[in-house]
Structure formats: structure tokens, C-alpha cells
Design a protein around this ligand. Structure first.
Ligand SMILES: [Ca+2]
Ligand SMILES: [Ca+2]
Length: 424
């Protein structure tokens, strides 16, 4: 192993000084997204539901399994067969990224089940998967050959071959490292409306029923496969559609501290906020749970927003996947996906006993609760309804003292403090 490495290093130094050991590589790259052209194409991008992306298959470093491309002995490339990995179309969290018009052109009714032989009624999808052999960077550009795409199977298959004899086949078809990629094919895909998460769109590295690799390169002598191959996928992170709103207010209000009991006196089952209302600067119909991010200052994990239900034109009720934990701030951020600068947040804290909302529980809060009782309507329930009965009554004063002193099953919350609110 050591000797092999030193041979590589010497050879690398002799050939180019910068060449890196690399297997022949086929990549799926994003060349265009929603009208934005990437030059050069990129290995990763974000996309919105409904986006149409142009993907290109490119190759580099034909070296017949040699660790470094040798321009004197590298085989010429005689042909290629590439097959898209059908499973990668649904590799995100939900939804799919499929060839444009996939449902119309490759429906089971027209084409038969995926994996089976295509029916004669299958129209295929030549408009959205093709090889442009006139491109100057096409791997066989300017040479007599064949280029075609079979789209009547669900996993589209690209193929190219040169009409040449070993003596006049091109001898060197690419250099390492990355600066001489050759184009092999194009596929246009569409992100489904319900797609979310990170998709990895790939060529199929598997083998057919006879053990033949579904994606392979052929060297000059027919049937001589160039192996091993490296397959690189396009990473497409599907985020929610842009929703250009900002948070205007919330219930509980930004900076509010829930002062109620964290559980019943004789039952440790946690109690707390699992929902809040958020008002926005505009119509909330574009808001989804995926637009919210929750971070937390204090103990325990941060919850996630799992429901977003419009209450009226401007207000959403959001629900968390678990109760906001005590002795912590939860920062709820709305991400409109139209620029980091446009994010807005609201924070809510949970400190049992802190009726005054100053971030510390103590005997002064008993006085605050008395003031709430003396002047009905001046305090919110999250401050004054210590026992979570739905009303503020003298019983809440008794419960507040229990919470602060640590009576029954309560931890003592007297003199517990919260850090400052993470929201401005
Ligand atoms: Ca207080
Ligand atoms: Ca009460």
C-alpha cells in the first residue's frame, strides 16, 4: 500500500504536478434551475416545489481503472450506457423529482409497470431527455456515431457509441482533474408540489438480471468495460415556496414568560404551551409548517412546528410537536425563503412562578399575582392562572407559593432565573 502510494505521488509529479488519483467519474449536475443558468453546472442547489431543473450528465477522467490518467495509455472511449436511478426520484423527505411530464409520458396505463418491458402505446419523453450531439463539449462531438435516449422505460437510458476502428478512435477523451468534463446527456426534471427535503438524483450503479452494469463506459475494443466507475449525484434541497411575510405579533406576545405550573402538584405529567398564535404582515395562505424554525435557549431539545392553521386572513395557529419545556426560551423564526435578512422571530419563555415576567421567580411574584387579582383584566392567563384552571382565582396564589417553595411534586422555582430573551 505504501509503495503504491509513493508510486502514485512520483507519477503525479511527473505528469502534471497537480493531477489527483481518480477513477472515471460520471456526474449528474444542475445546469439550470427556474431560468437560472449555472455556468459551470453545479453539484448542489436549492429548489422550490414546482421548479423545473435542467440536469446534465457529465464525465471526466477516463482511465480504465488506473489511479492516474495516463495520456499515453488511457483507453479511448468507444461508447457509454447511462441509466437514471429510479429510486433517486423519490429520495427526499416527501414528494418526488421526476422527468418533466413523467406522469403523462410514462404512466402505467400507457407504458406498463416500471421495470417491465415498455408497451407499444408508451409515447416516451424525448422532449425532456436527450443528447445534444452538436454541443462542442459533447464527448463524441464531430465524430460519426450514434446517440440516443430511451424514455419508454421509467429509468431513462442514455447511450452513445462511435463508429470507429480502434486505430482511428480518439485516444484521449478527458483529463483529470475536474477541468475537462465532457457532456453526455440532458434530462429536465420537475419538483413535485409536495416535495420537501434533500434529494439525491443519481445514475444507477446497479446491475441488470444478467449481472451487467446498468451504467457503464466502453473502451475501444468492443465489450471492454472501463471500471471501476465513480458516480456522483446531484444534491437538490427542496425548500418551501417563498412566502414573503413577516411576523407582526404573537400570543403569547414576544418576550412573554409562561409562569404557570409545569405539572400538577401530584402528577408529574408535563404541562405547558404546545401552540401559539402568530399574526403576519399579509395573507397567510402561503404559510406552511416548514416556514418555521424553532431554536431554544435553556435545557432540553427544541421542538418543531408540525401544524400551521389559519385562524383568519392574517393569523396562524402553530402547533409544536411537544410542549415547550420549562426554564427555557423558545425562539420561533419565520423563514420566508426569500432572503435571510427577511427572517422575523418571536420568543416565548417558560419559568414557573415568574408572574411578573422579569425572568426570575421569587416572593415578589406573589405580590404581582395579588395585583392581578385586585385589577382583573390587567394580567394574561399565562401569568396569573398558576394552576391552569382557566381562571385567575385566590387558589392560584396558594398554588404559586407551592410552585415557588417546591411543595408536593414541584421542584422549588424560587430564585430560578432565565437568561435574557434571545429575541430583540
Ligand atoms: Ca418575577
Ligand atoms: Ca387558576
Amino acid at each position: 500500500m505504501k509503495r503504491k502510494l509513493s508510486q502514485r505521488l512520483i507519477f503525479t509529479w511527473l505528469v502534471a504536478g497537480t493531477a489527483l488519483a481518480q477513477d472515471p467519474t460520471l456526474s449528474v449536475l444542475v445546469a439550470e434551475r427556474h431560468g437560472k443558468i449555472f455556468s459551470p453546472p453545479t453539484a448542489s442547489t436549492i429548489a422550490l416545489p414546482g421548479d423545473v431543473l435542467t440536469l446534465e450528465i457529465r464525465g471526466r477522467c477516463w482511465s480504465n481503472g488506473r489511479s492516474v490518467l495516463d495520456p499515453f495509455t488511457a483507453p479511448s472511449l468507444r461508447g457509454f450506457t447511462l441509466q437514471m436511478d429510479l429510486a433517486s426520484y423519490s429520495s427526499g423527505a416527501t414528494g418526488s423529482i421526476t422527468p418533466v411530464d413523467f406522469a403523462k409520458t410514462n404512466s402505467e396505463a400507457l407504458c406498463g409497470p416500471c421495470g417491465g418491458p415498455p408497451l407499444v402505446t408508451c409515447p416516451g419523453n424525448a422532449a425532456n431527455a436527450y443528447i445534444d450531439s452538436t454541443r462542442v463539449d459533447y464527448v463524441f462531438q464531430g465524430r460519426a456515431g450514434f446517440a440516443g435516449v430511451q424514455t419508454t422505460t421509467c429509468a431513462y437510458r442514455f447511450a452513445g457509441a462511435l463508429f470507429c476502428t480502434p486505430s482511428d478512435c480518439p485516444t484521449v477523451m478527458g483529463f483529470c482533474p475536474l477541468d475537462d468534463q465532457k457532456y453526455l446527456g440532458t434530462i429536465r426534471v420537475q419538483v413535485s408540489a409536495n416535495a420537501r427535503g434533500l434529494f439525491s438524483i443519481c445514475l444507477d450503479g446497479g446491475r441488470d438480471g444478467r449481472g451487467f452494469p446498468l451504467t457503464h463506459l466502453l473502451a475501444e475494443s468492443p465489450g471492454a468495460r472501463i471500471e471501476p466507475l465513480r458516480l456522483e449525484c446531484a444534491a437538490i434541497d427542496v425548500v418551501p415556496a417563498a412566502c414573503d411575510l413577516s411576523i407582526v405579533s404573537a400570543v403569547p406576545a414576544n418576550g412573554a414568560i409562561d409562569a404557570r405550573q409545569p405539572h400538577d402538584p401530584f402528577d408529574a405529567t408535563p404541562q405547558g404551551l404546545q401552540a401559539m398564535e402568530v399574526a403576519f404582515s399579509g395573507d397567510v395562505k402561503c404559510v406552511t409548517p416548514a416556514h418555521f424554525e424553532v431554536s431554544k435557549v435553556g435545557v432540553g431539545a427544541a421542538p418543531a412546528v408540525i401544524e400551521a392553521t389559519p385562524l383568519d386572513r392574517h393569523t396562524i395557529r402553530i402547533e409544536f410537536d411537544f410542549l415547550l419545556p420549562p426554564k427555557a426560551w423558545a425562539r420561533v423564526t419565520f423563514n420566508p425563503w426569500s432572503g435571510v435578512a427577511k427572517r422575523t422571530s418571536t420568543c416565548v419563555g417558560f419559568l414557573p412562578g415568574d408572574v411578573s415576567g422579569d425572568g426570575a421567580g421569587g416572593s415578589a411574584d406573589v405580590g404581582s399575582l395579588r395585583a392581578c387579582l385586585d385589577s382583573p383584566g390587567t394580567c394574561d392567563l399565562y401569568q396569573s392562572d398558576t394552576d391552569r384552571s382557566g381562571f385567575t382565582t385566590p387558589q392560584d396564589i396558594v398554588r404559586l407559593v407551592d410552585v415557588l417553595m417546591g411543595a408536593n411534586m414541584f421542584d422549588p422555582w424560587n430564585e430560578v432565573v432565565l437568561p435574557p430573551s434571545p429575541c430583540p
